[in-house]
Design a protein around this ligand. Structure first.
Ligand code: SF4
Length: 126
């Protein structure tokens, strides 16, 4: 599993679950950050779900969160991950990733701005 070392000091590492267009903003937010092949001991892991969660990927989402070390924070990044977004009425779209895993932060927008993720991490640190 790969992570972004968000602050460059191993304190917070981000595992992305990019499922649709919101991943572009997530990758923009991560631009220039170091990639790690594993989470350092003691690091806070954040799983960012970016995009549309369909029934087909639901097991992957659950497993990705369950496989994290420690007690990961989970972020629903964008309208789709938060509540189904423009596809909320599709029979194959999950109406929010919180139907699968516990979510700590919801980031609104279709898509959210890349900077919104830094605001979440700053708020979480407070
Ligand atoms: S919230 Fe909007 S931009 Fe993000 S994955 Fe859904 S449709 Fe795409």
């Amino acid at each position: 599993m790969r992570y972004w070392d968000w602050f460059g000091d191993g304190s917070l590492v981000v595992c992305d679950l990019g499922l649709a267009c919101c991943v572009v903003e997530l990758e923009a937010a991560a631009l220039g950050r170091v990639r790690l092949d594993a989470a350092p001991d003691g690091a806070q892991v954040a799983v960012v779900v970016a995009g549309t969660v369909t029934d087909a990927v639901a097991p992957l989402v659950r497993k990705r969160v369950a496989d994290q070390p420690g007690d990961p924070i989970v972020i629903a990044f964008g309208a789709c991950a938060s509540a189904g977004g423009p596809y909320w009425d599709s029979p194959v779209v999950t109406k929010g990733v919180d139907q699968l895993v516990a979510v700590d932060h919801y980031v609104p927008g279709c898509p959210p701005s890349p900077g919104a993720l830094d605001e979440v991490f700053a708020a979480h640190a407070r």
